[in-house]
Design a protein around this ligand. Structure first.
Ligand code: B12
Length: 391
C-alpha cells in the first residue's frame, strides 16, 4: 500500500508529467490572481480589445482570476504545456495554389490531446500519493487565464506579442492546467526577456499588436479567420495574405521562438500536407460533408465550412492570378454559402476588375442574397483595392 500524502515533491511532478506526454510544467499556488489580473482584463474589455468575443464578459473575466471559484479545496495549479515546433514540415512549393493553416491546428485538436494527457497525469498523481485527488483539467475554457497561470508558475514568460515564451521552446507550446487539492512547492516566475525587441509588433500585417503586451482582437488575423462568423471587413482583407486559419507571423518573427528545439510529437503533425498548406481550390470546391471528413478531429472545425470557404476566397484574391478567375466565378455563381459567394466576388475584383466586370454584372442579376449583392456592387463600383493595375 503506498503512503497516503497531501504533498508531492516538485521534481516528481515534472517526471510524472513527462511520462504523461506533457513535456513542460510549472507549479504555482491556487491563490487568487487578484485585482492585478482582473484590472488588466476589465480594462482590455472596456477599451474594445476583446470585441468580437461575446463570451469574454467582465463577470467571466473576474471569475477567471480566482482558481478557488472552480473548486474550493484547490491548493495548487500544475501548469502544463505541449511543445509543437516541427521544422521538417514545409510548404511543398509544387505549383499548387495553397493557403496556410497555423501550426497549432495542423494535427489532432490540441484540446483533446491536452485533456487526455492531463487525465493521465491525474491518474499518475493519484497512484503516487495513494489518495483521490480533486482536480479540474482546463484548456481554453476561459474559466482560468491559461497564460496568467503559465506565467506565475514559471512555465514561461510573457512576450510582447502576448504569447507565453517557454525556455528552449519559444511560444510553440499549447497550454493547460490541472487545479489540484495537493500541496506542491511552487516555482518562481521567470523574468520577461524581450528587451528592446519589437519585431512582433512591426511584422503584424493588420497592426493588431497595438502596443507591447496588448492585442486588439478584432484586427488579429487569428480572430478574423477563426472566430469571426460574418464578412471580413473589406479594407483588412488584402492584409490576410495566404492565411486561411489562424496566423503565426508574430511567433515566427520572434528571435527567441525561432531558436525553439524541434519536436517530434505526432499528435501535432498534419495527416497530409493539405492539412498544413491546403490547396485553395480544394477549400472552395469541397462540400460540407467533405469538409467534415477532411478536418474532423482538428481545431480547423471551429472555423466551419462557410468560414474556410470565405477565407480561401480572400487568400485567392491575395495570392492568386487570372488563372483563378474561373473557379472564383463558379463560386459566386453556385456556392451554397453567401459568405463564400460574396468574398469570391471580392477576390475577382481584386485580381482583375476589368476581366471580371461582365461576369459579375450577370451574376448580380441572379443573386438573391442582399449581402452578396452589395459585395458585387462594391466590386463593380471600383471599391476593391486591386492587387495590380489592370492593363
Ligand atoms: C481569447 C483568445 C484568443 C483571442 C484573443 C487573443 C488575446 N491576446 O487575448 C484570439 C482569437 C485573437 C487568439 C489568437 C491566438 N491565440 Co488564443 N486564446 C485566447 C484565450 C481563450 C483567452 C486569452 C485571454 O485571456 N485574453 C485576454 C487578454 C487581456 O490577455 P493577453 O492578451 O494574454 O494579455 C496578457 C498580457 O498582455 C499580460 N500583460 C499585460 N500587461 C503586461 C505588461 C508586462 C510588462 C508583461 C510582462 C505582461 C503584461 O497580462 C495580460 C493578461 O494575462 C486563451 C486560452 C485561455 N483560456 O486563456 C487562448 C490562448 C491564449 N491562445 C493561444 C494561441 C496559440 C493563439 C494563437 C497563436 C493562434 C494562432 N496561431 O492563430 C493566436 C495568437 C495571437 C496573440 N498574439 O495573442 C494559446 C497561447 C499559448 C502560448 N504559448 O501563449 C492559448 C493560451 C490557448 C492554449 N490553451 O494554449 N486567442
Amino acid at each position: 500500500m503506498p503512503t497516503v500524502t497531501r504533498q508531492i515533491e516538485r521534481a516528481r511532478v515534472s517526471e510524472l508529467a513527462r511520462n504523461a506526454g506533457l513535456d513542460v510544467t510549472g507549479v504555482t499556488t491556487a491563490a487568487s490572481f487578484g485585482s492585478d489580473l482582473g484590472d488588466i482584463l476589465v480594462d482590455r474589455i472596456r477599451r474594445g480589445h476583446l470585441d468580437g468575443l461575446p463570451w469574454f464578459t467582465e463577470d467571466r473575466a473576474l471569475f477567471s482570476t480566482t482558481p478557488g471559484n472552480l473548486h474550493p479545496t484547490a491548493r495548487s495549479i500544475i501548469a502544463v504545456g505541449i511543445p509543437y515546433w516541427n521544422p521538417d514540415i514545409r510548404h511543398p512549393r509544387d505549383g499548387v495554389l495553397r493557403g496556410r493553416i497555423s501550426r497549432y491546428a495542423w494535427g489532432r485538436d490540441y484540446h483533446k490531446t491536452l485533456k487526455q494527457r492531463m487525465r493521465h497525469l491525474h491518474e499518475l498523481l493519484e497512484s503516487e500519493t495513494g489518495r483521490t485527488i480533486e482536480a479540474r483539467h482546463l484548456v481554453d475554457t476561459a474559466r482560468i487565464v491559461d497564460r496568467a497561470a503559465a506565467a506565475r508558475s514559471g512555465l514561461g514568460w510573457y512576450g510582447k506579442n502576448t504569447m507565453i515564451l517557454v525556455p528552449r521552446r519559444g511560444s510553440w507550446v499549447m497550454l493547460g492546467e490541472l487545479v489540484v487539492d495537493i500541496d506542491i512547492q511552487p516555482d518562481i516566475p521567470l523574468k520577461p526577456k524581450c528587451g528592446q525587441c519589437t519585431r512582433c509588433l512591426d511584422v503584424c500585417p493588420t497592426g493588431a499588436l497595438v502596443d507591447e503586451y496588448v492585442l486588439h482582437t478584432p484586427s488579429c488575423i487569428s480572430f478574423l479567420t477563426i472566430e469571426l462568423r460574418d464578412a471580413i471587413p473589406p479594407e483588412i482583407r488584402p492584409r490576410l495574405g495566404e492565411w486561411v486559419f489562424g496566423c503565426d507571423l508574430c511567433q515566427e518573427i520572434c528571435p527567441y521562438t525561432n531558436a525553439a528545439l524541434p519536436e517530434e510529437d505526432p499528435t501535432f503533425e498534419p495527416r497530409t500536407i493539405d492539412h498544413a498548406y491546403p490547396p485553395l481550390h480544394w477549400l472552395l470546391t469541397m462540400d460540407e460533408a467533405e469538409f467534415r471528413s477532411a478536418f474532423s478531429g482538428t481545431a480547423v472545425m471551429r472555423a466551419k465550412w462557410a468560414g474556410m470557404a470565405r477565407n480561401a476566397s480572400v487568400a485567392i484574391g491575395n495570392i492568386g492570378s487570372e488563372k483563378d478567375l474561373e473557379i472564383l466565378e463558379r463560386t459566386v455563381s453556385s456556392h451554397p454559402e453567401p459568405l463564400a459567394r460574396g468574398h469570391a466576388a471580392w477576390a475577382m475584383g481584386r485580381i482583375n476588375l476589368k476581366a471580371s466586370s461582365e461576369a459579375l454584372s450577370q451574376l448580380r442579376v441572379r443573386e438573391t442574397d442582399p449581402s452578396v449583392r452589395s459585395e458585387i456592387d462594391a466590386v463593380l463600383s471600383g471599391d476593391v483595392q486591386a492587387k495590380r493595375t489592370s492593363p
